[in-house]
Design a binder for this molecule. Structure first.
Ligand SMILES: Cc1cc2nc3c(=O)[nH]c(=O)nc-3n(C[C@H](O)[C@H](O)[C@H](O)COP(=O)(O)OP(=O)(O)OC[C@H]3O[C@@H](n4cnc5c(N)ncnc54)[C@H](O)[C@@H]3O)c2cc1C
Length: 328
């Protein structure tokens, strides 16, 4: 029997959130491995354009629940809408991006569906037709391999950067309307207003290259050497929290659990130890280069390339080499 995989996308004002494309890619890969079909689900109001955009992916179909009551996210309405849709269609796996929004409603949804929940998965493998998920435990110090047991759907949230949206397979999927009894769904919560947590000049989540500054830089006067490297690479400056708390860079540059989550093509971490609160914001980067004078710094555990040395020597030398290479 072929598996049915649903991917629930997240959007705001019709703009699909970046991690949702990664979830679509994960769904495509899972469907290919299991010999099943991947179908997208979109909830919101005025979803025609967003639905058509998702329909350009290689998917079995795009199910759209389009209603005024879903214009603003509320856990009650989103969970009830999904509960009804999942109970009717009975997908085997339902994938979500691991966002603040899904963290908010997924446990309750899993409980009401009596479904297994695998939060924060970073990869999967299929073994004899069943799926084994890898997920971090103990604050990211270890990884557990888990398999959901028992009947019913398996709900999985996917960690940022675990799958690459660059590998999305394009196609043409039919749009189907999810007809649900929206009037019967209670919001559970009244959203009074929505404030941007980080209102900054730069959206680091979209930057292809980030040069990130840690406490090891020493003081604010040394930031320009990092800026020069960022400029030479055509990238943006990011930072660990102590750099922000010290006022060396503005708050919109902070990366980590209480800052931005980024998945650039290249992430250079200089003078950053690799605390878990920092790692969760950047470990999905495609290529990580760490510069640290301590060879035992945990950042080297996630780095693809490591340079052990004093950043005050290494960074200017790398910048000079980049400039020389671009001039030759
Ligand atoms: C609730 C909570 C939320 C948090 N949120 C975040 C967050 O969003 N983002 C975040 O980053 N942190 C966050 N933190 C803080 C986090 O725990 C760490 O304290 C922080 O990430 C450490 O920053 P760092 O690596 O720059 O500094 P340190 O841990 O002090 O590391 C500095 C590193 O620089 C190296 N170094 C020193 N001098 C040099 C040199 N000359 N050349 C090369 N290397 C050098 C050292 O070997 C060391 O590894 C949070 C903490 C809490 C409790």
């Amino acid at each position: 029997m072929s598996a049915k995989i649903w991917i629930v996308l997240q959007q705001r004002d019709g703009k699909i959130q970046k991690m949702s494309w990664e979830a679509v890619r994960a769904g495509q890969a899972l469907a290919a491995d299991l010999g099943g079909t991947a179908e997208a689900v979109l909830l919101g109001s005025g979803m025609e354009e967003a639905g058509n955009e998702v329909g350009q992916c290689s998917l079995g179909s795009v199910h759209v629940a389009d209603d005024e009551s879903l214009a603003v996210y509320t856990p009650g309405r989103f969970a009830r809408a999904l509960e009804a849709a999942i109970a009717t269609a009975q997908p085997d796996y339902v994938l979500f991006p691991h966002t603040y929004q899904t963290v908010d409603f997924l446990p309750g949804l899993a409980q009401s569906l009596d479904a297994a929940l695998v939060p924060e998965a970073v990869s999967f493998e299929t073994v004899d037709g069943s799926v084994v998920w890898q997920r971090p435990v103990l604050g990211g110090k270890m990884f557990a391999s888990v398999r959901a047991k028992g009947p019913g759907p398996v709900l999985v949230s996917l960690q940022s950067g675990a799958f690459s949206a660059d590998e999305l397979e394009k196609g043409s999927a039919p749009i189907e309307t999810l007809s649900l009894d929206f009037a019967a769904m209670s919001a559970d919560r009244e959203i009074l207003r929505i404030e941007e947590a980080i209102a900054g000049e730069v959206d680091l989540s979209q930057a292809p290259v980030i040069v990130s500054v840690g406490r090891g830089v020493g003081d604010a006067e040394k930031i320009p050497i990092m800026q020069e490297l960022a400029d030479a690479l055509g990238g943006e400056l990011g930072a660990s929290r102590p750099v922000i708390d010290s006022g060396w860079l503005p708050r919109d540059r902070q990366i980590g659990s209480s800052g931005q989550t980024v998945t650039p093509k290249l992430y250079v971490a200089a003078g950053i130890s690799g605390a878990i609160q920092h790692l969760v914001g950047m470990k999905g980067s495609q290529v990580i280069v760490a510069i640290n004078k301590d060879a035992g710094a945990p950042i080297f555990n996630v780095a693809h390339y490591g340079i052990v040395g004093d950043l005050h020597e290494v960074v200017p030398a790398v910048t000079a080499a980049l400039k020389e290479a671009s001039e030759s």
